[in-house]
Design a protein around this ligand. Sequence first.
Ligand SMILES: *Cc1c(COP(=O)(O)O)cnc(C)c1O
Length: 380
Amino acid sequence: MAFKTPLSFPVFEGNENSYTQEVINSGSIATSGRFLDRFELELADKLKVHPLVALNSCTSALHLSMILLGVGPGDEVICQSFTFCASANPIMYLGARPVFVDSERDSWNLCPELLEDAILNKISKGRKPKAIVVVHLFGMPAKMNEIMEISKKYEIPVLEDAAEAVGSLYRGQSCGALGQIGVFSFNANKIITGGGGGGALVCQDSDALHRSKYLSTQARENIHYYKHKDIGYNYRMNNLTAGIALAQLEQLDGFVAKRRAVNQRYRSLLKDIPGIEFQSDSEETSSNFWLTAILIDKERTGFSNDELRIELFNHGIETRFLWKPLHTQPVFNSYMYYGGGVAAGFFERGLCLPSSVSLTMEDQEMIAEIIQEKLIKTAT
Ligand SMILES: *Cc1c(COP(=O)(O)O)cnc(C)c1O
């Protein structure tokens, strides 16, 4: 159904129309062209990250990253459990096995202590993990300092799934630039979009970056006929998507400022409601607050996340549960898991509130009012 107030809705108020027209008029809509080049350069420049390659999705970017990191059949890859399935699916595409690790309570992301426990336990069994997948959920940076120290200590590369964290900062540096490889998503509901979708892979190692571009274009040799020495993929971004993504990128600063303002307004509107806790920045982080996420303590509010979801749904307001931890998913629950019930507890209590750039103060006041009324209703 179409919601009156959707969870995260794109705005196209910049150069989207003119760039799209320009691409169509030029006829260069394939996987090369002016906008593709510009988007790659300007994204890397804006985020102050290493050179990057633009792809058709973040899932493709995760898949290529794992290939670059040498993940293959029988390998094990550590993955934050509290995430969207796309963080782990490419592990399966490659015939490897995920090892899931719980979150910590500050950032809600990968717990460094449990990560080290998992690594030590795996090493003691002679099965050193091939890579670590860390995710910056809802835009909130994970504890990257601690995680990178562990990565260095055990010489296991970090793949940062920054799909939701375009424009988020950790100690002043962009998410996606901190690990050996970082990936971004420009899917329709992310903070900036390529329209139909899109992704990018950023890598410190220029040979690896080159290889990912090659693999993303069917491993085609750069000669006058189609010669193939490797199995490739059709993963490259096209020039039309790049035009839209570039126009969106030009508005990124404003989008981040608005999403942060939305988050701030929820905090002040809901501050007197007992039993609601926000995912919050630390001194080291500046989340893009792609989505504002809260935890509801039913003991104190009198209503659960699902009861609030239904109430808001009945008012045409879209909310969404937090990601169901992957170790509890039917498709993954036979794989190893290190941790307790932190992520599972977030799932049981959490809710993402509407966080679109276009959300108005009135929309937010309405949401706060509905929550307030729910509180009164359940108290009496
Ligand atoms: C959206 C998302 C992805 C996948 O991105 P696509 O561009 O849709 O393939 C991967 N990881 C996380 C955490 C995401 O939120």
